[in-house]
Write a protein that binds this ligand. Structure first.
Ligand SMILES: [Zn+2]
Length: 418
């Protein structure tokens, strides 16, 4: 038994209370198919926020909201000079979302508060639970808006001006549900940030791992590709005299897949949207627009994929008598998480006898922005079939409990470490 083992004793979270919280929050915006529809800053969101504030207050925490609606619930540590270690995620969902995405990160934090209270364990650092506003980006794009402001990626004004499809601004929506607090967004320091989340992918389940110690969020680049040829008659234009934008585009789309395979095992490349002009069965297409999404944990690999794609585009343009324009849409660099915290998660899993592995996050998370300013990592637990952003999203009570226990133990390790 090592020193942390003895000092933590057998402190664990209350699995029944955590599962009850999951079922309770799932009622705010429950869908007939068993999912959750709780878009940011709607009436359902207001209800779950009120529940969050009530629950944390009942556990002795001080609860407040910043100017962008981020909710904080803090209990003091023994050293008042230290900034808090934060545990959090988001309570908003996709229009047809599940009960777990984001939610277990916040409820896992509440479970940790409960365990600390029941055992009367005092940490050195204050402990803070955070519910970030508008993580999903479904009602107000972009995603991770308020954690982005907290981390200095966006300004508060930029956030407030975002509009939903009905033309309602983020600022007006905040006001409508009474979610505007006094502290400016990013107005206090954090010592560390830990986010428990479902994996939203199939790796942990396939490898029968319960815990993923997340090493970072992969780098991602998005492009819009425009291939321009010449519209012409499908019957009268000989094959040799065509400038067929779709045939050229098809080669480039195949290249996206081949380039990702060439950078196996972690690289991925996706063409998710295609538009053909004029999209008529008897016209040789003169124009094609399609999107490309390249991702890999290493920025060098994402750059290499882009170079390979640009080279292919030049070759295809020449060979097929078309022009290919590649426009940069988004460049999101890879975000490495804090090695000390990643190791704390792995060690916690080992001490609890939980099979674990290191894993890269394929999706964006609030943690990706917070990591820019604060030592950060995430804890992944499996979800059935890797399915997420779906009403059938599902995780077992055992796995969620395991994740929350690793969250608790990692917090205690970070408290000793930082
Ligand atoms: Zn999420």
């Amino acid at each position: 038994m090592n020193s942390t083992e003895s000092s933590f004793g057998n402190m664990t979270i209350d699995p029944g209370a955590l599962w009850d919280d999951i079922l309770t929050t799932a009622r705010f915006g429950a869908t007939p198919k068993g999912g959750v529809r709780r878009l940011a800053l709607t009436e359902e969101d207001r209800q779950v926020r009120a529940w969050f504030a009530r629950s944390c207050t009942a556990l002795g925490a001080t609860v407040w909201t910043d100017t962008l609606g981020n909710q904080f619930a803090r209990i003091p540590g023994t050293d008042a000079s230290l900034p808090p270690i934060a545990l959090g995620s988001h309570l908003d969902t996709q229009p047809t979302g599940g009960k777990f995405d984001g939610i277990i990160g916040v409820l896992g934090g509440i479970a940790v508060l409960r365990a600390l209270r029941e055992t009367k364990h005092r940490t050195r650092h204050p402990v803070e639970i955070i519910n970030w506003t508008n993580e999903e980006g479904s009602r107000f794009a972009p995603a991770m808006l308020a954690s982005g402001v907290f981390a200095g990626v966006f300004t508060e004004d930029y956030a407030r001006d975002r509009q939903d499809r009905a033309g309602v601004s983020f600022g007006a929506a905040l006001e409508a549900i009474g979610a505007i607090g006094e502290e400016s967004c990013g107005g206090h320091d954090l010592a560390a940030y830990l986010e428990l989340h479902i994996e939203q992918g199939p790796i942990l389940e396939a490898e029968r791992c319960v815990i993923g110690a997340v090493t970072g969020v992969q780098g991602m680049r998005w492009y819009d590709v425009t291939v321009t040829g010449r519209d012409s008659h499908a019957g009268t234009t000989p094959m040799t005299l065509r400038a067929d934008a779709l045939q050229a585009a098809a080669l480039l789309m195949t290249a996206v897949r081949e380039i990702a395979h060439a950078h196996a095992p972690e690289a991925v490349g996706t063409v998710g949207s295609v538009e053909v002009l004029p999209n008529s069965r008897n016209v040789v297409p003169g124009g094609v627009l399609f999107t490309v999404d390249f991702r890999d944990p290493r920025d060098e690999t994402v750059r290499a994929m882009e170079h390979a794609f640009r080279a292919k585009a030049t070759a295809v343009a020449e060979e097929h008598g078309v022009t290919v324009e590649i426009r940069d849409i988004w460049d999101s660099p890879a975000v490495p998480f804090d090695r000390r915290l990643i190791d704390a998660v792995s060690e916690s899993a080992r001490e609890l006898g939980l099979p674990a592995r290191e894993i890269v996050s394929g999706a964006g998370h609030d943690a990706a922005y917070v990591a820019r300013i604060v030592p950060t990592t995430m804890i992944f637990v499996p979800c059935a079939g890797g399915l997420s952003h779906n009403e059938e999203e599902s995780a077992t009570p055992e796995d969620v409990t395991a994740g929350a226990n690793v969250l608790l133990r990692s917090l205690l390790k970070a408290d000793a470490l930082l």
